[in-house]
Every structure is written in C-alpha cells, then in structure tokens.
Design a protein around this ligand. Structure first.
Ligand code: NAD
Length: 374
C-alpha cells in the first residue's frame, strides 16, 4: 500500500503529517511512503532527509493524490481536490466532523474510508494515536508564551537592587490537556497561578502542579462524560461561574481560557464587562476562539485591544511550534498505522469491530457510518 503525505494548503498551516523519523519507521514496517516535495519545509524538515529515510519525494501533487492508497495529512482535503483521489482510498486527517458534514458526505460518496483524528477514543490503548492530546499540550504551552510576550511585565518575582518586581498573576480557565500544560508553563516562568474547571477531578491535578484550584459553587451537578469530557452547564450554572470568576479575572495579569465542550460551541465565560474590568496592560489568550470563543470580543486569527486589555485570538497555536507539533502528530499517525497494519496481507485492517476503528472511521463503503455526522 502506498501512503502519501501532501503539503498542507490550509492558510497558516505549518505542520506536516510525516517526519523523516516517522517515515523511516513506516518504511521499516513495509509501507511504501511518498511525501510531496517541500511538505516539511514550513516545519523544518528537508526533502533530502525524507529521501534518506526511504520515502519517495514527489514533485507532482496530482500524481501523489492519484496514486495514493492512503492519503495522510494534518487537515482534511478540500472539496476541490477530492476527485483526485481514487475510489476506495483511505483518508486520514483532522476532519472537524461536527462542522464538516457536507464534506464528509462527499468523501463517503467518493467511497473513501475516512478516519477522523479527533474521534480516536481517549482510551489507554489509543493514547499513542491521540493527536488531540499531542497538539493541545503544545497549544497550552504556546498560549502562555504568546500571553507572556504581550505583557508589559515579567512573570517571575525578581528581587533586585532597584527594587522588587512582584510575580505575575495567571488565571487558567479549563484544565484539560491544554490547561494543564498552560499551568505548568506559567509555573515554570515563575507566575502565581490559579485555575478552574467544572470537572471536580481536576482540582488535585491543579494542586499537583503547584497552582491553586479556585472553588466556585455552580449549584447542582457538573462532572464529565465517560470519555472524560466536560458536561454542558445550564445557563444558570454558567452565570454563577462568571460571577465567581469576576474578581479573579480583574486581578489577573494573564488569563488563558481553554474551556471546551466536545462537539459543541465553546462556552462564553468572559463577558465584555468582565474584560472591561481587567487591569490596563492585562492579556487574555482565548484558546477556544476557533470553536466560538470563551471571551466576548475575541476575534479568530487576530489580536485586539479592548479597553486596557489585549485579547489574543490566534488560530492554530500548535502550528507556532510546527517542528515539534509535526513530530508528535507524525508519531500519532505512526501509532495508528502500526496498530492496524496487517503484515501478512500488507494492508491496513480497518475492522469496525475494533473499538478504536469504530470510533474514528466515519465513512466507509460509500456510507457515513456515524449518525451524528450525517
Ligand atoms: P477539552 O479540550 O474538551 O476541554 C478543555 C477543558 O475545558 C476540559 O478540562 C473541560 O472540563 C473544560 N471546561 C468545559 N467547560 C468549562 C467551563 N464552563 N469552565 C471551565 N472549564 C470548562 O478537553 P481535553 O483537554 O481534550 O480533555 C478531555 C478529557 O479527556 C480530560 O478528562 C482528559 O483528562 C481526558 N483525556 C484522556 C486521555 C486518555 O486517557 N488517553 C487522553 C487525553 C485526555
């Protein structure tokens, strides 16, 4: 089977789904690997290194698509290029399936077997293929670095002959994978860090990183789904949460919001009046900006000034550290392909009875398999 890795074409996408190291592993396993010429350029991987790893570097993008038994990439193929793929090919990428139902239907009509990296179950067995985690982790790091870079202050306390500079106050809202890395990064920079999440299990994780967990009584049950995702709050609970966070936001130098409810628009956690009450020079990084935003006034892809505060709404934060983001994404892809590669038939075995394939194979045999995405 020929596995083809194209150059990403989505605006601002700097990552790539294969690195020379991952190509080497796949070739050793018996896969034929082809990489589009220049695909690793934006993330710092050279064509010559892919060739040295045993991959073919192909200059003709059309040929790469037409000859692919499997097309493996970071972002999904745009509708205009789908017809280049042959019927029955496998397509592996992030898919944004809740928002891309029409595209998924087209892919199914094209008889592609479509794997969505977002839908890989969050189980121990699937950990090595969990690209949501590998990317969110780096996103959390980047969010704090971007925020710190915008501050007019330093984060660590400094006692100098010219006086003492107080440690910066950082508030992290949402303590999933990104939030935990944001806490750890802000702590490494010496900030005083507080954090909040609606899932009570996160309190201990926050404390173990040397940060303070903020207690807010939301009234009624919160908790998480069996996949570990947050449950949606009621409007009353959200109002209580905002009330409970008001003073904290006003006293913080940097607020990083990472709150998401899987498959739903992000909850609105900071209203315009909460932003207006923040200190001059304070910074908010809205990591949920691409799913609707946690912060009123944040703009996807932009950094805006609102009153005295700066709201950073940059997209694709992992793409800011594309070398490492590609390295871990490529290893997630390796983990997936190795798990389902049948050495005897030399084919991918996408058996829907397997719980991982059941979760992430969204289309096959001309059908969209999961009713949620039809
Ligand atoms: P996510 O990106 O879906 O959400 C980010 C965080 O926002 C979550 O912690 C969520 O609880 C929080 N949130 C939602 N609404 C909120 C609100 N109103 N206020 C404050 N916070 C709010 O989450 P994720 O990082 O993808 O992680 C989801 C779950 O999956 C976590 O429980 C994580 O531990 C688990 N997980 C498990 C594995 C594994 O076992 N293999 C791997 C990765 C993640």
């Amino acid at each position: 089977m020929k596995f083809c890795f194209p150059q990403e074409t989505a605006p601002g996408e700097t990552r790539v789904a294969v690195t020379p190291a991952s190509a080497k592993r796949l070739v050793k396993l018996g896969l034929e690997v082809a990489v589009e010429c220049g695909a690793g350029g934006a993330s710092g991987y050279a064509d010559g290194d892919y060739e040295a790893a045993g991959a073919h570097v192909m200059a003709d993008r059309g040929e790469l698509f037409r000859t692919a038994d499997a097309l493996v990439r970071v972002r999904h193929t745009p509708a205009g290029e789908l017809d280049l793929l042959r019927e029955g090919a496998v397509h592996v990428s992030f898919l944004d399936p809740f928002n891309e139902k029409e595209l998924l239907a087209r892919m199914a009509a094209r008889k592609l077997s479509v794997i969505s990296m977002e839908m890989i179950p969050r189980t121990t067995r699937a950990q090595k293929m969990d690209a949501l985690t590998s990317q969110a982790n780096l996103g959390g790091y980047v969010a704090v670095m971007l925020g710190a870079n915008r501050l007019k202050k330093v984060l660590p306390m400094m006692s100098t002959a010219a006086g003492t500079l107080l440690a910066g106050k950082v508030f992290i809202i949402g303590v999933g994978v990104a939030g935990l890395q944001a806490i750890a990064t802000a702590r490494r920079l010496g900030a005083r860090v507080e954090a909040f999440d609606t899932r009570p299990v996160t309190a201990e994780q926050v404390r173990s990183l040397g940060a303070k967990f903020v207690e807010i009584d939301l009234g009624g049950e919160t908790g998480q789904t069996d996949q570990g995702y947050a449950k949606d709050l009621t409007p009353e609970q959200l109002a209580r949460q905002r009330e409970g966070m008001k003073a904290l936001c006003a006293g913080s130098d940097l607020v990083v919001t990472t709150a998401q409810v899987f498959g739903r628009p992000a909850p609105r956690l900071l209203t315009a009046d909460m932003v207006a009450a923040m200190k001059p020079g304070s910074v908010i990084v809205d990591m949920a900006v691409e799913t609707g935003g946690n912060v009123e006034g944040s703009v996807a892809g932009e950094t805006v000034e609102v009153g005295g505060a700066t709201i950073v709404g940059e997209r694709n934060l992992p793409g800011r550290v594309a070398h490492h983001a590609s390295q871990v994404y490529a290893m997630n892809i390796c983990g997936l392909l190795e798990e389902f590669w049948d050495k005897e038939t030399k084919k991918l075995n996408l058996n829907p009875d397997d719980e991982i394939i059941a979760g992430c194979l969204l289309a096959a045999d001309g059908q969209v398999r999961d009713a949620r995405f039809r």
